[in-house]
Design a protein around this ligand. Structure first.
Ligand code: ADP
Length: 368
């Protein structure tokens, strides 16, 4: 089995006729057998990056390796990859079996071997009972599983998936997410998966590449992205509802640091003070996730904020409270025990241990 690590070295992609690159100077190293997600807003260069791995887009400058092999000039068909797209086109006149077998037949593989691989794939994807059906007799999820099967039977070393679930409804998407994660475990090969959906990214990947304007912002595990976002963009992009951003002044009083927001004065925990000390007297952005608020029994002079609750919504186990603090709108998530909270004035307790601070100019994280 070949090692299917993927390495971009100073890769730039400029489309023909364009004046600036869509991906400038990409450096990225994906390990063999990893499940990597490329995530970012529409147009940030995710598909372009994936298509460069696939050999469907040329590399303008720099080098891309799969294993130790330089791929720049290797045709797509010789790269040992398989790709699944959003618009999986199954052949409508062929049944499931033939759709899955088609690529292998084209390559003139041994019929007994083809039969074995189709049945193996069908078993893994739970399609065995559907092998004689035509695509129109399948549900959206089943069709997508056939598309996965068709890619799988080629025994690729790298599996590339470009928004494969975006045509499915929400419930099916959630179950297919689990299916694909399981498939990765079964196949034990490198997966690179493109999505604009941060939930998909957070639930599926070993590591996530967050991109913006063709530039990698952060490449790390879901947990690290969530707990230690490197800048305001990543902090706002990862997490739902998104992180609340509060423009605060850092004040030093009696040897302690406070984040001051109107009349609210929040004590900065000791362990964040070293990094924040040089911001004393200056304004920074404080980030608090909706879930970073404490129960009323934890309210103290050091973490209290005066807030006005305008609206609340019940989301199963939680309430999302839409509040304003010193004219800034925030969302606070609390466990849904008891009756729906009423509108009006509240004192809420910020979990300052979880507060993030960002430099206003560079937008980079100061501390978490
Ligand atoms: P994403 O997958 O993140 O939505 P893409 O990689 O598809 O982003 O596109 C990145 C940018 O490159 C976009 O601005 C898009 O319009 C542009 N682009 C994509 N494909 C082509 C192409 N074949 N020719 C010219 N520009 C393209």
């Amino acid at each position: 089995m070949i090692m299917a690590s993927i390495r971009f070295e100073n890769v730039t992609k400029t489309y023909e006729g364009a004046t600036s690159p869509v991906v400038p100077n990409l450096n990225l190293e994906i390990k063999d057998k990893e499940f990597i997600i490329l995530v970012g807003p529409s147009g940030c260069g995710k598909s372009t990056t994936l298509r460069m791995i696939a050999g469907l887009e040329s590399i303008t400058e720099g080098e891309m390796y799969i294993g130790d092999r330089l791929m720049n000039k290797v045709p797509s068909k010789d790269r040992d990859i398989a790709m699944v797209f959003q618009n999986y086109a199954l052949y409508p006149h062929m049944n499931v079996y033939k759709n899955i077998a088609f690529g292998l037949k084209l390559r003139k593989e041994d019929p007994a071997e083809i039969d074995k691989r189709v049945h193996e794939a069908a078993k893994i994807l739970d399609l065995e009972h559907l092998l004689t059906r035509k695509p129109k007799e399948l549900s959206g999820g089943q069709r997508q599983r056939v598309a996965l099967g068709r890619a799988m039977v080629r025994n690729p070393a790298v599996f590339l998936l470009d928004e494969p679930l975006s045509n499915l409804d929400a419930k099916l998407r959630a179950s297919m997410r689990t299916e694909i994660a399981k498939l990765h475990q079964r196949l034990n090969i490198t997966f690179v998966y493109v999505t604009h959906d941060q939930t998909e990214a957070m639930t599926m990947g070993d590591r996530i590449v967050v991109m913006k304007d063709g530039i990698v912002q952060q490449f790390d595990t879901p947990q690290t992205l969530y707990e230690q976002p490197v800048n305001l963009f990543v902090a706002g992009f990862i997490g739902s509802p998104q992180m609340n951003f509060l423009d605060v002044e850092i004040a030093k009083e009696g040897g302690r640091l406070y984040a001051v927001l109107g009349k609210n004065k929040l004590a900065v925990p000791e362990f964040k003070c070293d990094a924040l000390a040089k911001y004393a007297g200056k304004r920074v952005i404080m980030g608090l996730r909706p879930e970073d608020f404490l129960g009323q029994n934890m309210l103290t002079e050091d973490n209290a904020m005066d807030a006005e609750m305008n609206f609340s919504e019940l989301l199963g186990a939680d309430y999302n409270l839409y509040m304003t603090v010193s004219d800034i709108r925030i969302i606070v998530k609390i466990p849904a025990a008891g009756k729906q909270p009423e509108r009006g004035a509240y004192r809420i307790a910020a979990n300052m241990d979880h507060a993030h601070f960002f430099d206003k100019e560079t937008e980079k994280a100061i501390c978490h």
